[in-house]
Write a protein that binds this ligand. Structure first.
Ligand code: FUB
Length: 322
């Protein structure tokens, strides 16, 4: 499948996180709504209220099953507003849905909801993950079975309000010549609902081995973390936010450091770009979204899929977003 294909253009599903469970492909998107909220840098126009789950046994030509609403914001005990990006992991007979949500003080945290089935429904825990902040969780299971959670997002995602995992008085991005703010990574403990230790910075280096600078807007991390493993290497991929690229960096450990390698997807129609990368039936796919079906309304996005190609040296071939 070399041409990107929309998955459910009539319903606005964004931020797709794809995984294979029991030989079937599952997609966990955000569910965009037209809340009538004007667009701003805080992302208030992304006022999502529930999640659906999709699954298929043939992503190229098969039917995509909509498993319906699997978690509603009203059923989350600590909810304020805005159910943003999520991801799902499996461990010991249970499926854990990690999600981004603001509490009643308008502070983003990561929440967890649990199910016995990959298609849900999911039941949310009473409280957010202890010590969690910001948005866009992604969970990666390493070869040894350990699970790692990656998270963070700038601007509306509130990452600039923290340093060393603590809230600061005046949340600001570093100046252009300082190192960029890093995405966070923590190993999950065996309960799957807590960090095993303090989240660490996931450092992205340039070709000289120096951390990317905050002013390097075409390459520095903004949001939408994803981790995958291919041919002996760890790939951390992410969005550059205000410059709208999906980029990637390669490393030798789930903690990094990672070295910036290039662009996976050039800017799409719509402000945000977001993705996941998943192998299914021997092919690698990029799941992403754009705002073409909604006529360019940035807050009404539609998920897409396209095959991903690697070069012999392990680098990824760039896909055109428009
Ligand atoms: O869907 C809301 C936010 O937009 C996500 O959490 C970000 O990654 C961006 O896609």
């Amino acid at each position: 499948m070399k041409t990107p294909k929309y998955l459910v253009p009539d319903l606005f599903m964004a931020d797709p996180s794809a995984h294979v469970f029991n030989g079937r492909l599952y997609i966990y998107p955000s569910h965009d709504v037209d809340a009538g909220i004007p667009e701003n840098d805080n992302g208030d126009h992304f006022d999502m209220r529930d999640y659906h789950v999709y699954s298929t046994d043939d992503i190229e030509n098969g039917t995509l099953v909509d498993h319906g609403v699997v978690l509603d914001v009203k059923s989350i005990p600590w909810s304020g507003r805005q159910l943003w990006d999520s991801d799902v992991a499996y461990q010991d007979g249970k499926y854990y849905l990690y999600f981004s949500l603001k509490d009643r003080n308008d502070v983003f945290h990561l929440g967890v909801a649990v199910s016995e089935n990959p298609e849900g429904p999911f039941t949310a825990l009473d409280n957010p993950m202890k010590g969690s902040y910001s948005i866009d969780p992604c969970v990666f299971k390493d070869k040894d079975g350990a699970n790692y959670i990656y998270f963070g997002g700038l601007w509306g995602g509130q990452l600039q309000r923290y340093r060393d995992n603590k809230a600061i008085e005046c949340g600001q991005e570093p100046t252009d010549n300082e190192p960029a703010l890093c995405p966070k990574v923590a190993r999950l403990d065996t309960s799957m609902i807590e960090f095993a230790g303090e989240p660490r910075d996931l450092v992205i280096l340039d070709e000289q081995g120096q951390p990317l600078k905050a002013g390097d807007h075409d390459r520095r991390f903004f949001e939408a973390s994803w981790m995958h493993y291919y041919n002996g290497k760890y790939y951390f991929s992410y969005s550059t936010g205000n410059t709208h690229y999906l980029c990637y960096a390669m490393g030798d450990s789930p903690y990094g450091p990672f070295t910036y390698k290039g662009v996976i997807l050039t800017p799409v129609v719509g402000w945000t770009t977001h993705h996941s990368i998943c192998e299914f039936k021997g092919k690698w796919y990029l799941f992403h979204h754009d705002s073409v079906p909604s006529g360019g309304r940035t807050w009404l996005r539609s998920m897409k899929v396209v095959e991903l190609d690697y070069n012999e040296d392990g680098t990824i071939q760039t896909i055109e977003g428009k």
